[in-house]
Design a protein. Structure first.
Length: 427
């Protein structure tokens, strides 16, 4: 059995590509005959999940916390959600932007405790949940499992597995694959915070890190991602090219290049996409569905529907250029915003969809006010509109400064929109 542990899983909770991968890859593995579970926080009252009435106690920081598990079974995958006020009480309203902090770029102060709780609960789930929805598998997953931990939020999982379970004869054959989706986010914290993790002192060297950057504090730190890389059984990432980038030096490896060369980083598996969710022939969010034979006529109609939806003049002869993604420097959103006035010297329309840094969101609104006939900025998380943009736009711009793999260009090709990416993605 394979168990994915992550802070995001589409369509329940997502801020980027991590959610897409944990949403789409498990059903593909289940279709190959594997028993697959995903474990993520229950940030919201997801209406399609039910309470298993299974409760476990875990020690987080200096407190004993009780968590319960919610569950649903979809497309061959057991979707498990960890229920606790640390997750549920923080996320309300615009769910997609509050998973990690009250605003983009600001973390919740107790994030380390939140993600410790997720990892501890995830290690209990395969042993305590008696799941019988599948026609092929039944009962608990047991101990002979492979955990796939994703990004820094789940990096303490292999540490707890070793310190609390393996040394007590539990999970003796279990393995952990640690998948790096974006090494720019590492979970660097003050060195004194190691005590919060309730790990033996012998794990300190795996976390120990000298910070070469100013933020958040200069000097000696703990680094969650470093610990995940060091303590797991195998390191994965999301493309073969990203493997080369991560080990090339401190700039691309964000100061963990040496740790990755020592491991070594084994495999870069190119991200795919969920071809059920992203299918123009069956997409519930688009008005005119299409396939390879009807694409030209359908896309022309979808373009006019898109223009009307966002309030732009409806004219199929005007090129429509779109951007979908986080509004931050890595995604090149600032480059795009600076370039839009030049674009609009031509007779084009531009639609930008995404949330992120407040300054960029405000700049988007100013552009819309300045060019009401040609530009629209939608600073919110809007899945139906994203699908409509793929189905109706002529071009999708992907101006990322760097991209571990990138999903937007794959989804664009699936829908027949011309992707215009930077060199980092073309590789």
């Amino acid at each position: 059995p394979i168990i994915f542990v992550a802070t995001e899983v589409h369509p329940w909770c997502k801020t980027g590509g991590l959610g897409d991968v944990v949403g789409g890859l498990p059903p593909a593995l289940a279709a190959m005959g594997h028993r697959v579970m995903t474990i993520a926080p229950r940030y919201d009252q997801y209406k399609d999940t039910w309470d298993t009435n299974v409760l476990v106690e875990v020690i987080v920081g200096d407190r004993t916390e009780t968590v319960r598990f919610f569950h649903c079974y979809k497309r061959g995958v057991d979707r498990v959600f960890v229920d606790h006020p640390m997750f549920l009480e923080k996320v309300w309203g615009k769910t997609g932007s509050k998973l990690y902090g009250p605003t983009t770029g600001t973390d919740f102060r107790d994030n380390q405790l939140r993600f410790c709780l997720l990892c501890l609960a995830a290690l209990e789930a395969p042993r305590v949940l008696n799941l019988n929805n599948s026609e092929y598998f039944s009962g608990p997953y047991g101990e002979n499992v492979v955990f796939v931990a994703n990004d820094w939020h789940t990096a303490v999982l292999p540490c707890y597995l070793k310190s609390m379970y393996k040394q007590n004869g539990i999970y003796e054959n279990a393995k952990v694959a640690f998948c790096i989706h974006n090494i720019a986010y590492q979970g660097r914290f003050p060195r004194a915070d190691f005590e919060l993790l309730n790990l033996p002192e012998s794990f300190m060297p795996s976390f120990d890190f000298v910070d070469g950057h100013v933020k958040p504090v200069v000097g000696r730190k703990i680094n969650w991602m470093k610990a995940g890389i060091t303590e797991c059984d195998v390191v994965l990432t999301v493309s073969p090219h990203y493997v080369k980038e991560l080990t090339s030096g401190p700039e691309k490896g964000v100061e963990l290049d040496g740790v990755l060369r020592a491991k070594p980083l084994e495999t870069g598996i190119v991200n795919g996409m969920d071809v059920v969710d992203w299918n123009p022939a069956t997409d519930k969010y688009i008005s005119v569905k299409y396939n390879a034979t009807t694409v030209a006529e359908a896309r022309a109609l979808n373009k006019e529907i898109l223009q009307a939806e966002v309030g732009l003049p409806v004219d199929s002869s005007i090129p429509v250029i779109v951007f979908i993604g986080r509004l931050e420097e890595q995604k090149g959103s600032d480059i795009l915003i600076a370039a839009i006035p030049e674009f609009l010297e031509e007779n084009v329309q531009i639609i930008v969809l995404g949330t992120g840094k407040k300054k960029m969101e405000e700049e988007l609104m100013l552009l819309e006010a300045k060019y009401p006939q040609n530009a629209r900025g939608i600073a919110k998380f809007n899945v139906p509109l994203a699908h409509m943009m793929f189905a109706g736009a002529d071009f999708i711009i992907v101006p990322s400064r760097f991209e571990p793999c990138g999903l937007i260009q794959l989804q664009g090709m699936r829908y027949g929109v011309v992707s215009v990416p930077t060199r980092s993605i073309r590789r």
